[in-house]
Design a binder for this molecule. Sequence first.
Ligand SMILES: [Zn+2]
Length: 305
Amino acid sequence: MSFSFVGNARIIETVNRFISAGHIPHAIIIEGDEGTGRKTLANYIAKAAVCLSGNSVCDNCKCCRLVDTNNHPDIIYIAPEERKKNISVAQIRTLRSDAYIKPHMQGKKVFIINKAETLNEMAQNALLKTLEEPPANVLFILITESSSAFLDTIISRCVCLSLLAPSRQESIDYIKAETGIEQSLCENAVDSARNNIGKALVLLGRNSAPTNALAEEFAAQLFDNAPTIELLKSVHSLEKDRIAAGEFVSQLKAIVADKIRLEQNNAIVLPRLIKYYDTLSEMQPHLITNINLSLFFTSLISKLK
Ligand SMILES: [Zn+2]
């Protein structure tokens, strides 16, 4: 079984124990900051629940491979819909009826609920009914920053796994081994991200950032040819937060990349979009040096314009 996970050894031990015993709890909360490996752990548990080898993760069977490519039909991801803050009651109702339909394949059906803290009380109560009388062969994994947002009745029906950020050294070693990026850059990124591996990878441009409303707004202004002063104003709030700045640039790059795909045949705008993309790629590494952020954004925007 290959499962690289940094730190949190006791949690991983617990998880491996219930997998090998064939007793994966039917409802699990994974709590921790974004970037501590919550989704990696959720996917690992989900894989164990569908793996055809039984009581392990073989990484080789048809099901494991489908999980790796995000194509397993019995692993269902739920999160707030686009432009919505909360997971809606309607989404939970759909989940409930879906939970009673038999899995497509041999293993279990797994619902991974991301940003589960955005379930309001009504949605939590709707979910609770399913947790109280769980259909056979169904597993629920709730991913959240903190389980304090949940009703006690939800918490009491779940096994809670709390993830902590690994140590500085563990984080640096992991990133270096995974990316091959040189030591000093790894150290800078880990320090800027306060040992949070996911966030350090965003700063290094190796991980996609979470959806960022500011980046979307800025991209719209940029595509619209807004004046420099307007663009500078938009990023003002980022000048004190290196992690947020890193997420912003990473997300902006992803938005520009999407736009490039969309405008593939538009010879008029394409060169401009490619220039944006190249500029962002060129500027991104500066974020993990000690560059002054206000200087960084002034320089970025002048190059974009
Ligand atoms: Zn397998």
